[in-house]
Design a binder for this molecule. Structure first.
Ligand code: ATP
Ligand code: MG
Length: 317
């Protein structure tokens, strides 16, 4: 089993009347971890506790196997890069100025820092903007300089809070490509978002779903699919006779051009029906296979399940 990079134990944060994070047991190993949840679910509160800017009400956090309250937790900071949800950079600074400033807080030697800045600006596609003032940056450019400043100390773990929410589709795609490049370099990324298709595009290695401060599901996409039953079958061609024959006993027929997907508790019966129709009507079956859920479906199912189970939101005593 892989060693966890982030592990939380019954992590809880209560603000006056709100239980923002409730007994959270997260386990994050390498690669991209998508931290999903609707608005107000507790993502930012969790992240602020991970990076040490908020104290937990209860529970504890280990990063790289080390308690963040331990004596040499200062060394942990060097291994982490963080891009907050609403960054407040020194807007009057240039891109280079900001990176020089952040680099100096890590006491990087000057020459090394200069080289690093050139590399990072190239990586985030801001070479041309090196001497431009951040105030005049577009939202996408600000997100990208955010990533660059988070990478200045070459961290092993990047914690990114909603980094794509202000971006247009092109900017989002560029950001996703950048995350994948960083994964190739061996970095672990903890990425929060409420935009589900994004996690799909990122090919997240694992996801955690949080709602009302509660972790309602965690695992790889495959594991979550297994947990949720894997009831989907993908069939091609998308022939009306197939759909008509199946409609009395399958739920949810989703059409996608020349394919359709059905949800069923009885895959054998679906197979028999399709085989009979294709023989009787000489329709060549080109695809018949079990398929996984899309992240959006996993998310909706997980939230539905949570609603039907009795869940206590009170922190454990
Ligand atoms: N400083 C605070 N004081 C009081 N309540 C707070 C504070 N910060 C967060 N909360 C509450 O905690 C809950 C979780 O908020 P949080 O910002 O962590 O959610 P989120 O998942 O990041 O949401 P979003 O997707 O909108 O960013 C919300 O009910 C919020 O109102
Ligand atoms: Mg948030």
């Amino acid at each position: 089993m892989k060693e966890p990079i982030i592990q939380t134990y019954e992590l809880t944060k209560v603000f006056k009347r709100t239980v923002a994070v409730n007994n959270l047991n997260l386990r994050v190993t390498s690669g991209i971890y998508g931290f999903l949840g609707p608005n107000g679910a507790g993502k930012t509160t969790t992240i602020k506790m991970l990076v040490g800017s908020l104290f937990p009400t209860a529970g504890r956090i280990e990063l790289f196997g080390q308690d963040i309250r331990s004596r040499d937790s200062i060394n942990l900071r060097k291994k982490i890069g963080y891009v907050p949800e609403h960054p407040t950079y020194f807007l009057g600074m240039t891109a280079e100025g900001l990176l020089e400033y952040v680099g100096s807080t890590f006491h990087l030697p000057k020459l090394e820092l200069k080289q690093k800045i050139t590399e990072l600006l190239k990586l985030v596609n801001l070479t041309e903007a090196r001497n431009r003032v951040i105030l005049k940056f577009s939202a996408g450019m600000k997100q990208r300089i955010g990533i660059a400043q988070a990478l200045i100390n070459d961290p092993d773990l990047l914690i990114l809070d909603e980094i794509t929410s202000n971006l247009d589709p092109l900017g989002r795609n560029q950001m996703i490509t950048l995350l994948q490049d960083l994964r190739q370099e061996g970095k672990t990324m903890f990425v929060s978002t409420h935009i589900l298709p994004e996690v799909q595009k990122m090919h997240a290695d694992s996801i955690g779903i949080i709602d009302h401060g509660h972790l309602i599901m965690e695992g790889t996409i495959d594991e979550l699919n297994k947990k949720l039953g894997g009831k989907l079958v993908r069939i091609s061609p998308n022939h009306p006779l197939f759909r008509k024959a199946l409609s009395p006993f399958v739920s949810n027929i989703t059409e996608e051009l020349d394919t359709f997907i059905v949800e069923t508790d009885n895959k054998d019966r679906v197979w028999q029906t399709i085989a009979e129709i294709s023989l009787q009507h000489h329709i060549t079956l080109t695809e018949f296979r079990s398929t996984g859920l899309e992240i959006e479906q996993i998310f909706m199912e997980a939230i539905d399940r949570e609603k039907t189970q009795e869940v206590s939101y009170a922190p454990k005593k």
